[in-house]
Every structure is written in C-alpha cells, then in structure tokens.
Ligand binder design. Structure first.
Ligand code: GAP
Length: 459
C-alpha cells in the first residue's frame, strides 16, 4: 500500500504509543519527539539488530560508548567548530528560516530537475533561487535575505561562570568518540588492522529545516562504525560496506525497489569516495545512511591537535602508519521511520472491513507475542502463560474487548504472534497461535511455544 504522505504514520504512531510530539503538554518543541511504550521497543530492537549484525557477528569489530561531552579541542580538530554549518535564508515576509539548499532541492524534485545542489556555492544558490522565483513554502512570497552560515552545534557551558573559555558542545556525531579511542581499543583488544570500532549513541544538531517527523530531529541516535584499514585495501572495504549496509536494511524488510545508492557530487578534499543509501520515503528519495572514505584525515588531525602519536605499528612488518578510515553511519531514528513506512499496510478483508497492519520483521516488532484469554475467567491460566513467555520475549497481555478487536490492536502495533487461551487449554495445556501476516492459526502445546517463537523471530 502506497503512503501518500507521512500523516497516517504520524497519527498511528501517536494513537498506538510509538512516537509522541516532544514536550506535548507545553505545546510541543519543534523537531523533538518522544518514543512511547511501543516505539521504544521498536527502536531498541532496531539498534539491537544493527549491533548484532555489525559488532556481535564480526570478530574484528569492537564496541565503545564514548562520552557525549568531549574536550572542545576535538571539534577544532574535526573541523566542526570552523565549518559545521548550514546555508540559511530568512523569508523577509513571514520571518520563517529555511535552508537554501533544501529550498532548491524541493523545487527541483517538484519540477523533475536533477542537479548537484551540494556542489553549489552560496552565491550560486542565491542566484538560482532568484532566477527560478522559488517561493517560501510557508507564505508563498519570494522575498529572502541573503544566505548566512548557521552553526549546527549546540553549545553549553561547563562550570559555574559563563565565558568563552568554558564552552563545550553537545556532540553532533558519535564518530569522534571512535577516532579518539582508536589506540585505546587497538591496544586493549589487541586488534590488528583491519579492524573496526562501532558505537550507538545520541547526537545533537541545531537543525533549522522542518523535521518531517523522525526524519530530521535536533536530538537523534546514530549507529556508526569506523573501519581502520591499509590505504591499498580502502576501496575494497568501501565497496564491502556499501554491500553490507544495503543487505542489512533489505534483511530488515526495506524493499529493493525503494533503495538506491547515491554518490556524493562534492567530495571533501581528503576523501576518495562517498555515497548514501537513499530510501523512497513518503517525502521522496532521501538519505538513509552514509558510507564515507575518509582517508587518514581524522587520525592525522587528532594527532596534530592532541600532540599524541596516533600511528599504528604493524606487528608483522614493523611498519608504522596512520590507517585509512571507511565510515558507515546510519540514524537509528531515521531507519525506524523507514521501517514504520515500509511496514504500514491497509488490507481489505473478506468481510469488507479494513485492517491496518504493521508487517515488521519479527525481530524488530515491539512485542513478539500477545497473550489473550478468550474470556476473562481464563485469565489466571493466561497470566501463567504470560509469566512463562515473558522470561524470553517482550509480551503484551490483553483481556479487554472481543477477540477480533484485540487481534486488530495487535496488528496495528505489528505483534507477529497472538496466543489465545481457551477452555481446551485448561484440559490439555495447548493454545492457538495466530500469525499476524497470514492470520492463520495453529494449535501448539504451551511447552513448544518458546522454541516456535524463537525460531521465527531470529535475525
Ligand atoms: N559521522 C558521519 C555523519 O554524521 P551524516 O551524514 O551527517 O554523517 C549520518 O549523518 C546519518 O545520521 C544520516 O545518514 C542519518 O541517517 C542520520 N542523521 C543525520 N542528521 C540527522 C537528524 N538531524 N535527524 C535524524 N537523523 C539524522
């Protein structure tokens, strides 16, 4: 089923407890979202599957959990303090702030124009906006200020007295925590190049453009992995990660026809290659994740700014060198949004009713199983089954309303299995288990349930 826009997802998310507007009782807080009881399970499962695929199943990848607040020199070395900014323009008529590149991209998508906006200078963007009479999406006027660079890092202050010397930043990416720990990890894990460091954590960006729900928020989680390799093997690693990143999102359920690679038009001066995987969101083709060849730039900058030797000593050849980095970075919230859009379906049933069903891969479904007593007087047995299953899986328990309504509620949050306790259960310790996608039911002994579900949800 094709989603025309994000509205259905946003309202289902709110109604069913996936995602709420941030600080809602205060009228909200732009571009922030809170995950509810079902959403937090979904996002945790997305992060778990990523960690399993990229860390647990790879003997040469090591995890870290670095501090969000880092020594401010880190951001000088990375180049963020000097140049991590967006080209902003204000609409003089309605005072709304826009990103000039986004105004052009939206205009081009609408008019079927394909061009490299990320390679344009500020002057080129101003000229293009004026020549094409691009209008403010809010008020419809074409009356913009000139472009100014808008800093994306959030600043805060350390200590009791505010001043220039105590400025610290909320990290705008998790990657730097991996770079600065390169030698710590290498030494303690006795890792040999090639190896990788991975991390999942919060990042913060003072985004000025409308967020499109979870697509762009000011606080979000990144799942990032830095591969440290020899330069001669770097393009091979880059290609390997392109394939691995694509396979991962396909295995989670994103369809191949809604995924494509997009090579960056403008490369950083040190980079040999960079691309995104784009997904066809209801708002059009958009970046889902990035894969970047970063050469030795990050380690050489940290070596220069910290004064610490970052060289790797090859134990076989005794050669000393700075490894080249291939970065793979994906937003947990953005991927969760793609998976919500992909899973959403409205099915016409034979009785004429429509059922809304979220066809999540069972590994990421918020609840794996719902335990439903057919009648209230079966609840004691049903609670026993819940207690037994919840040792292994996140389970829902529901005894309110008709069984049909309860199935619909579980379909809407994507629960892959519903276990129904009936009077035969009291006689022979068997239950029916209903499959979310086929709606077929089979009868199983309670003692077989855990194995049955575990096999089906494996990722
Ligand atoms: N360390 C590299 C880096 O941060 P990026 O392309 O700026 O690269 C990587 O971000 C990924 O993080 C993006 O592909 C996207 O999935 C996610 N992301 C970036 N900004 C985001 C935002 N404001 N809200 C949600 N996700 C975001």
């Amino acid at each position: 089923m094709k989603l025309e826009n994000m509205d259905k997802i946003v309202s289902l998310c709110k109604a069913r407890g996936f995602v709420f507007p941030g600080s809602e009782i205060y009228g909200g807080f732009a571009n922030t979202r809170d995950f509810g009881p079902v959403g937090v399970e979904l996002k945790n499962n997305v992060k778990r599957t990523w960690w399993k695929r990229f860390v647990q199943e790879d003997p040469n990848t090591y995890g870290v959990d670095a501090a969000i607040l880092m020594n401010p020199r880190v951001w000088d070395a990375s180049g963020h303090t000097a140049s991590f900014s967006d080209p902003k323009m204000d609409c003089k008529s309605c005072k709304t702030r826009h990103r000039a590149d986004n105004l052009i991209e939206d205009y081009n998508v609408k008019h079927g124009i394909s061009m490299a906006v990320d390679a344009m200078t500020n002057e080129e963007m101003e000229k293009y906006i004026s020549e094409h009479n691009i209008k403010c999406p809010k008020c419809g006027n074409s009356n913009f200020t000139e472009i100014k660079q808008f800093k994306l890092m959030f600043e805060t202050h350390r200590g009791v007295v505010e001043g220039d010397t105590d400025v610290v930043y909320l990290r705008p990416e998790t990657a730097q925590g991996e770079y600065v720990n390169f030698l710590n990890v290498q030494r303690t894990a006795r890792a040999k190049v090639p190896f990788a460091i991975a991390q999942i954590g919060k990042s913060f960006r003072n985004e000025i453009t409308p967020g499109n729900f979870l697509f762009r928020t000011i606080e979000f989680e990144q799942m990032e992995l830095q591969n440290f390799c020899k330069d001669e093997n770097s393009m091979e690693t880059y290609e390997k990660f392109k394939a691995k990143a694509l396979e991962f999102v396909k295995d989670l359920g994103l369809r191949e026809e809604k995924l494509r690679f997009h090579d960056h038009d403008k490369l950083a001066h040190y980079a040999k290659a960079a691309c995104d995987i784009q997904y066809l969101f209801p708002i059009g083709w958009q970046e889902l994740n990035g894969i970047h060849h970063r050469s030795t730039w990050d380690l050489s900058r940290h070596q220069e700014y910290s004064g610490k030797n970052m060289l790797y000593l090859d134990p076989v050849t005794n050669e000393k060198f700075l490894p080249t980095i291939i970065e793979y970075s994906i937003g947990a919230d953005r991927l969760t949004l793609a998976l919500l859009c992909e899973a959403y379906d409205e099915e016409q049933l034979e009785n004429g009713e429509t059922r809304v069903v979220m066809h999540f891969h069972p590994a990421i479904a918020p609840y794996k199983v719902a335990v439903l007593p057919l009648q209230k007087n079966l609840s004691e047995k049903a609670k026993e089954v819940f207690a037994f299953l919840s040792k292994d899986f996140m389970c829902d328990y529901d005894e309110a309303g008709s069984i049909g309504k309860r199935y619909r509620r579980e379909d809407e949050i994507g629960t892959p299995f519903c276990v129904t306790i009936d009077f035969d259960t009291l006689e022979n310790d068997t239950v029916t288990i209903r499959d979310r996608d086929t709606m077929e039911q089979i009868r199983l002994p309670i003692s077989n349930l855990s194995d049955y579900i575990a096999k089906k949800i494996r990722f």
